[in-house]
Design a protein around this ligand. Structure first.
Ligand code: ACM
Ligand code: ZN
Length: 509
């Protein structure tokens, strides 16, 4: 059976199941309605079936969906293909959804052009994921992607049994989320001068004259729509609001929350050395950010909110009287501790609202006292993971040297920075070598990051992530003993058939 990610256990049985037009779908729990419908719609895209529901007297050619005790955990499932029937069982609706993904893979890969019957070998599959955090990130600041593409991206996550979408909504090159209290964030900070004809790293960073015309944003209605679409597919959407760095776009409209109070333009590109941060010395800055986060948590039911915290160039803080006064008043050693103080303040605010906080790993370097989950991205991420585990904090692995899908897939390709091949991704192991069993419990899983400086449109994004995210899916789902690159490469040939049928633009090599 050519399934990606590879299931825990496949037990082959004798016999063949002939599925034909008059397929009957049986379920007894309304929570499964979306998933059952999803299977129905996917099958209808490719077969002229006449599907009916809940006809208990149909003795053959049915699929039964059961919520019951399976011993496979909250995301696991058992899929049994018998002769004449298919049974899907899981403890939770998420498990049923993943079983349907497996079944669809089998059914769509077996498609014979012109045929309206599917022949499946009988078997029993027992399956559950290795990690709870199986994610993909998308940067929508460097280039904006509309909600149709975000849905397509979520479809891809679902196809790969990934369950976390990290939505990088704000950065120097555009603010992308409507905040009712501060309308200029989207009237002004979402738009930049169109310099798309110039390579990203050759664009001037600031003070480019001319009206902002290039960009876009998600209305609160759009966000609710996406969160609901994701939830139907058992994907948690984690919004990221970057602070205190990677935030200069805000100062195109609200310069009073920076140190110098100087109005900037939204940068159309350029290198990442921007020193224009939020000023943590001013109480008003904290108030502004708390107001924004108050609207963010209304929109996102996620357990986690991501606060950024990476690559903070602190040169202006050194000269800012507000920042220096804060350092003295709070008895901090330096600007790094000031970042730690700031992160702790914002985290405490979110914790008080019942939310967990995620930060990039620079924050744990600035303060080990923070109550947060750490995203380990620099280098191999191991040092940061070690630091997190020592502080009894959880970590999510997204090392730039392996899981940054803006990096090239092959040495000759276009792309940012280094090279991370399909095989590099496949061979990635989220739990660091020397971790004890106790430390390993702090590794929640891993995710692929997709920074879009060099990806201006959806086709480019798809090309850069596919099939590397397919390899990642197996890293985070499948048991380590079941991972084998040659075997994966073989199964990938069939998986590509599905990518082709769904018109994804993947790297064909
Ligand atoms: C990052 O790549 N700056 C988190
Ligand atoms: Zn300041």
């Amino acid at each position: 059976m050519e399934i990606i990610p590879r299931p825990l256990k496949i037990i082959k049985k004798n016999g063949v199941n002939h599925i034909n037009r008059s397929l009957n779908l049986r379920f007894n729990n309304q929570n499964l309605k979306f998933t059952v419908n999803h299977l129905h719609q996917e099958l209808e895209k490719f077969y002229q079936f006449h599907i009916t529901y809940n006809s208990a007297d149909q003795e053959l050619n049915y699929i039964e969906f059961c919520l019951e005790n399976t011993g496979q955990g909250s995301e696991g499932y058992i899929l049994e293909i018998g002769s004449g029937f298919i049974k899907i069982a899981a403890e939770k609706p998420a498990g049923i959804f993943y079983a349907v993904q497996t079944l669809l893979q089998i059914m769509l890969q077996k498609k014979v052009p012109g045929s309206n019957e599917i022949n499946l070998n009988c078997c029993r599959i027992e399956d559950r994921p290795r990690f709870s955090w199986r994610g993909m990130h998308l940067d929508v600041s460097r280039h904006f992607f509309g909600i149709d593409f975000i849905k397509r991206y979520l479809d891809l996550l679902a196809l790969h049994k990934l369950n976390r979408f990290h939505w990088h909504l704000t950065d120097d090159n555009g603010w992308r989320i409507e905040i009712k209290k501060y309308p200029l964030l989207t009237e002004i900070c979402s738009w930049r001068k169109d310099l798309e004809h110039i390579p990203w790293n050759q664009r001037a960073e600031s003070n480019v004259p001319g009206k902002g015309v290039y960009g876009g944003f998600y209305s609160q209605k759009d966000i609710r729509n996406i969160v609901e679409y994701a939830a139907e597919r058992f994907i948690e959407v984690i919004p990221e609001i970057e602070m205190p760095g990677h935030s200069s776009e805000v100062f195109a409209a609200y310069p009073e929350f920076s140190c110098q109070g100087k109005k900037l333009t939204v940068a159309s590109g350029g290198l990442r050395s921007n020193p224009h941060n939020f000023c943590p010395g001013k109480d008003e800055t904290l108030k502004f950010l708390q107001d924004i986060l108050t609207e963010v948590i209304e929109l996102f039911p996620s357990r986690y909110i991501h606060l950024g915290g990476d690559e903070v160039n602190k040169t202006i803080w050194k000269e800012c009287p507000h920042c220096q006064q804060r350092i003295r008043k709070e008895n901090l050693r330096d600007e790094t501790e000031l970042q730690g103080w700031f992160a702790n303040r914002i985290a405490a605010f979110l914790n008080s609202k019942g939310r967990n906080v995620i930060v990039w790993d620079e924050v744990i370097a600035a303060t080990s006292k923070i109550a947060a989950t750490v995203m380990c991205w620099r280098g191999d991420g191991v040092g940061a993971a070690q630091k997190a585990a020592s502080a009894r904090l959880n970590a999510i692995m997204c090392p730039n040297n392996t899981l940054y899908f803006d990096w090239k897939q092959n040495p000759g390709d276009k792309g940012a920075f280094g090279v991370t091949s399909l095989q590099d991704v496949y061979n990635y192991e989220p739990v660091p070598d020397l971790f004890s069993a106790e430390e390993s419990k702090h590794i929640l899983g891993a995710q692929g990051n997709v920074w879009t400086e060099w990806m201006a449109d959806k086709d480019r994004v798809e090309y850069m992530i596919l099939p590397r995210m397919t390899a990642l899916a197996e890293v985070v789902w499948s048991d380590i003993e079941n991972r084998n690159f040659a075997d994966f490469s073989h199964r990938l040939q069939d998986f590509k058939q599905i990518l082709r049928q769904e018109n994804y633009n993947f790297n064909q090599r």
